[in-house]
Design a protein around this ligand. Sequence first.
Ligand SMILES: [Zn+2]
Length: 382
Amino acid sequence: MSKLLEFINGQQDALLSDLENLVNLDTPTSSKALVDQAMQIVITRFQELLGGSVESIPQEKYGNQVKLCLGEGSGSGQILLIAHMDTVWPEGETAKRPFRQEGQRLYGPGIFDMKCGLLQGLYAMYAVVSQYKLTKKMVLFINTDEEVGSPSSRKWIEEEALKSDAVFVLEPALGPLGKLKTSRKGVGRFALEIEGVPAHSGINHSEGVNALQELAHQILYLQGLTDYSKGSTVNVGIASGGTAVNVVSGQARAELDLRIESMDEAERLSRHILNVSPVLANTKLHMRGGIIRPPMEQAMSRKLFASAQAIAGELGFSLEETATGGASDGNFTAALNIPTLDGLGAVGHGAHALDEYVELDSISLRCALLAHLIKEQMEELN
Ligand SMILES: [Zn+2]
């Protein structure tokens, strides 16, 4: 058995006890106080076990972003691990359904997305630093606003990524086989406002211009930009308008979500969306928005995935890769041309769902996979 796996197996009880503590703390993105409190537990464990340095990036709205660093001054390279502390669950959720084990499955809010992955990252670092001399700096960046698109942490993640030789993202793996995510779609968000001409629907119908009618045209046009063959989708997810049933509607609005697999498609479709033109005379369209997460293209994961597959083979399991339409912080780092491998967190099911769980027997193995990936990066010449 590998030294790293052996070490991690010896730490499994400690990891599980940390996991129970962490899952039993609510960490909704919207509550800075709760997120900061849970973060303190991880910081304390990091200092007790690994003894590295902690850098906190203060935030007003969200929990503080935290960088847990090891091996400063040990070389010029850096390996970056990314995890997030926030979950989609509101305050009070963990009181309703606390951490519990049923057979080989562990349940609790945010356990799969991604508190188990966060701790796997911490213990993988612990294993590496306990067994080997570091030749590069290792940073575990824990952000607190991932579930809302990382508005305050994005620039810090990008800053760390630019200093790194490789980025490992601790988002959950996919499916029962725990596939790694080697490409992710990019995301665009847009909002459309339409001005029509309001009028009394009984008296002056012909003098009005119905903004909802224009909206109907626009929805059909926008949805029609979808091209499954290119992996590009447009979804008008929210639409509203009008003030009263007997008024020709003077205004309407819609919000849309764009998903794309390449920057070329991101640019092409953003252009189409931003340049929408009215179908009805005397209506005005105001479209704003843009790409909020660039696509994570597969080329950025190719080499790291090949390493991961070889390591998995040595650890005795087979590893596959997959593409997903969901975005993560890996989208930001891959877009900067930094080799990025995502889905290195927990194996289980049910992100953002009530039946969210993690497979107990996968935890040590995935933790060891990550530790080996880190070690391999340490060995690679700068
Ligand atoms: Zn996540």
